[in-house]
Design a binder for this molecule. Structure first.
Ligand code: NI
Length: 255
């Protein structure tokens, strides 16, 4: 069974057929989904999804690109939402230097504030890090004494960076990019990673795997990522799904 550890079904890309898609999902082999938070606007939608569907859990947090206008009052609201039973993580939070805005210092401030919240709540964190390897690692190393679990979502850095996170017992979110022809670096990193540290994620509606690259992504498509992972690791698709699903359950504390 498929455990999608990072999806965005609150996204407007699903407005047309969200119910239809989600109602059929368990029959199509999807066991569980964690819908990741990204903006303040996504928060009420995520709470609604977790109430409506037994197999959907959620995380709450503000993506670095959305931190420009954030206030302390917003953080209190996030803190309240994080206390809900089906909210299982804080995220996605982190640093994104691909875009010039918001200012890096602003991103760092809210990243640290949200890490503090996760520490207080003893919730795992979902980390978004793009073109910001050194600063992300520095902040997470400082914060490591909290002993809270973390996953590097859509891991895209080198094996050298991966080793640093392995040493801190982090997990690695692996999705559609693994099936892309130009993802040689990621395939090499994945060959080195222990299976026990890998979580499957779609990041849907984005990053659909081959043969759906460029189209709208959905949780069922994770079988293509599982197949690529099975090929790289020399094990069966079933084994990949079993191990990654168990990893996800222990990461999020879901039975
Ligand atoms: Ni995401």
């Amino acid at each position: 069974m498929i455990f999608d550890t990072h999806a965005h079904y609150d996204d407007e890309a699903f407005d047309e057929d969200r119910e239809e898609l989600l109602f059929g999902m368990q029959e199509n082999g999807v066991e569980c989904i964690v819908n990741a938070g990204a903006s303040l606007a996504s928060l009420p939608k995520i709470l609604e999804l977790t109430e409506k569907y037994s197999f959907i859990y959620g995380s709450v947090g503000i993506h670095p690109s959305e931190t420009g206008e954030l206030t302390i009052r917003d953080m209190e609201w996030i803190g309240e939402a994080a206390r809900r039973e089906k909210i299982v993580a804080i995220g996605e939070i982190g640093l994104d230097y691909y875009w010039p805005e918001p200012d890096r210092e602003i991103q760092k401030r809210w990243f640290q504030m949200q890490l503090e919240l996760a520490g207080e709540m003893k919730l795992p964190v979902i980390i978004h890090s793009r073109d910001a390897a050194a600063d992300t690692l520095e902040i997470l190393k400082e914060w490591d004494s909290h002993k809270v679990r973390g996953v590097i979502h859509c891991f895209s850095y080198s094996w050298e960076i991966a080793r640093e996170y392995l040493a801190m017992d982090y997990y690695f979110g692996i999705g559609g990019v693994l099936t892309f022809k130009n993802s040689k670096k990621l395939k090499e990193t994945v060959c080195h990673l222990p299976m026990e540290r890998i979580l499957l994620e779609t990041d849907c509606p984005y990053l659909a795997p081959e043969p759906y690259r460029g189209k709208r992504n959905q949780s069922e498509y994770l079988i293509y990522v599982a197949d690529k992972l099975a090929e790289l690791k020399g094990i069966s698709r079933e084994k990949v799904l079993e191990i990654t699903s168990n990893n996800a359950k222990s990461f999020y504390g879901i039975n």
